[in-house]
Design a protein around this ligand. Structure first.
Ligand SMILES: Nc1nc2c(c(=O)[nH]1)N[C@H]1C(S)=C(S)[C@@H](COP(=O)(O)O)O[C@H]1N2
Ligand SMILES: [Mo]
Length: 515
């Protein structure tokens, strides 16, 4: 069948086709560039995010069936599928943009480019947020900013790529048709050459990913078992603030007021001069999900709070310590707990002065209590006769904040696909100042439990690191569950509860694909 088209219809067809294809190809470029950024904070490559989402969305039966039938091709095929799907979406996104015209003033081009980048940014950021909300990774302010930035970079790369590829495609199609095209031949050749190179390099890079994936490069974001002591730059950060305070060390002071014989004001030099304790302590956030990453182990240096309180002379009617920080944050701890030898006013983390995000110049460390009680940027300790309700208590969270016993599987990551044989498992467990006595695994949904091969104790107030080897001899999906027993002999509770109001409980479980 032949259809007679006038020039404008044909032009429109060429334009639409070029735009759709440009969107598909620009997606490949964007995905490749996002792979290059792998490892930078909060910038998980888009392919990995999408592949993880797809993997997690699969029902166990299908996951298991695919592994058994496709074996080592399962993951590369998944990546190819995800990349193709995203490319089609990218083509559609490009079509949604106002049609591009080859000859435009520079200003109009820039305006179009920016509007396209913004138009792509929102759905992209939404997609990443959705992927993150599905994972154990906590959405902190810092992570939100990271997602905003990395998806903005992705969107800009996409828009620029569309702008480079689109005219080349129009030129290519125009050469095949009889339509006289407005680009001069040398410019057209340059554009086609450049765009082809751009797409070829990106496609090559994505192709390499597919090969890497067979070797296990994709699957889970956590990089295995964490180090015994968390490096400062990896230490989790939580704060209520969008912009954290940064008190001036020279003007900063800690005030001890209220029911004390000698109200005191300690300057930073006073506190630093008194520093005489070093104590490894694990910190974890009360909003950490089961299997979550809001937990880190640090070596804190500082002064025992009890020494400061003794100097101030606590009066007998004092009950609570009301704590005030430079960001308006408030908390409280019972006097009885505050007098414990392990409660510190810390000025150093891992041998360095506290940095701004971890509470410089001084913070409280209260072992066994969730992060909320570990007040950063502390400025005032007021001894009061009654119960004092702080920032989070006024918002429905627990006042006691004793850490619930928890354990986590870090190796392999959830829905990782590994080769049959001896498989290394590992992770952490923590029970606050009660300590961890035992860690057990279950491979049958909790009916039977067996002790892990090794529980590495690091320090009295630190998490433990556990390791085990497990032999898997047939392909399929396996569910592994972990639980810990605290120093009092109490087994971690299996009942699943949300973080609010007193910290999450329940067992962490992962699924391992064996091929
Ligand atoms: N002043 C102040 N202290 C604070 C907070 C805060 O928002 N302001 N957040 C608390 C919470 S919820 C946690 S989990 C820990 C986190 O400490 P980190 O960021 O050093 O890991 O700090 C606690 N101390
Ligand atoms: Mo927290």
């Amino acid at each position: 069948m032949t259809v007679n088209m006038d020039d404008s219809t044909q032009y429109e067809r060429t334009g639409t086709r070029s735009l759709f294809l440009a969107g598909c190809l620009a997606t490949l470029v964007m995905l490749a560039v996002s792979l290059v950024r792998r490892g930078a904070p909060a910038s998980d490559p888009l392919v990995e995010l999408a592949a993880q989402m797809a993997l997690k969305a699969l029902p166990t039966s299908i996951f298991s069936f695919l592994l058994e039938s496709l074996r080592s091709f399962a993951k590369p095929l998944l990546v190819v599928g995800v990349v193709s799907g995203m490319a089609l979406v990218g083509g559609g996104m490009a079509l949604l943009q106002p049609s591009l015209i080859e000859v435009m003033t520079v200003r109009r081009r820039i305006v179009r480019l920016v509007s396209m980048a913004i138009g792509v940014w929102f759905p992209l950021a939404f997609f990443v947020l959705l992927a993150e909300a599905n994972s154990e990774t906590a959405l902190t302010n810092q992570r939100l900013i990271g997602i905003g930035l990395s998806s903005a970079i992705d969107a800009i790369v996409f828009a620029i790529a569309v702008y480079l590829i689109y005219p080349a495609l129009v030129g290519l199609f125009a050469r095949q048709s009889t339509r006289v095209d407005s680009l001069d031949p040398s410019r057209r050749r340059l554009l086609i050459g450049g765009a082809t190179a751009l797409v070829a390099i990106s496609a090559g890079y994505l192709g390499k990913l597919v090969v890497d994936v067979r070797k296990g490069a994709i699957g889970g974001k956590r990089a295995g078992i964490p180090p015994e002591v968390t490096p400062v730059h990896q230490f989790y950060v939580v704060s209520k603030n969008v912009l954290d305070p940064d008190p001036d060390v020279d003007r900063w002071a800690l005030h001890i007021t209220g029911l004390v014989a000698n109200p005191m004001t300690l300057a930073y030099v006073d506190l630093a001069g008194m520093t005489d304790v070093e104590q490894p302590t694990t910190l974890t956030c009360i909003s950490n999900k089961i299997g979550g990453d809001l937990v880190s182990n640090g070596v804190w240096r500082g002064v025992r709070l009890v020494d400061v309180l003794t100097r101030a002379g606590v009066q007998p009617d004092a009950v609570d310590l009301a704590l005030y920080a430079a960001d308006g944050y408030t908390e409280s701890i019972p006097l009885a707990r505050a007098m414990g030898e392990d409660v510190l006013l810390a000025v150093q983390l891992n041998g360095e002065p506290l940095n701004e995000t971890h509470g410089a110049p001084a913070r409280l460390i209260v072992p066994g209590k969730y992060g909320i009680k570990n007040v950063k940027w502390i400025e005032k300790i007021d001894l009061v006769a009654g119960d004092f309700r702080g920032y989070w208590q006024q918002r429905g969270w627990t006042e006691d904040a004793t850490i619930q016993t928890f354990s986590r599987i870090d190796l392999p990551s959830n829905r990782a696909v590994v080769e049959r044989g001896a498989i290394d498992l590992g992770g952490i467990a923590y029970a606050g100042d009660r300590g961890v006595k035992a860690v057990e695994l279950s491979f049958d949904g909790g009916s039977t439990w067996r002790k892990v091969d090794e529980v590495q104790q690091i320090a009295a107030l630190s998490w433990v690191i556990w390791r085990s080897t497990w032999n898997a001899d047939s392909a399929g999906a396996y569910r592994v569950m972990v639980r810990a027993t605290d120093g009092n002999g109490d087994v971690q509770t299996s009942s699943r509860r949300d973080p609010i109001p007193s910290g999450a409980t329940g067992y962490h479980a992962i699924e391992i694909g064996v091929i």
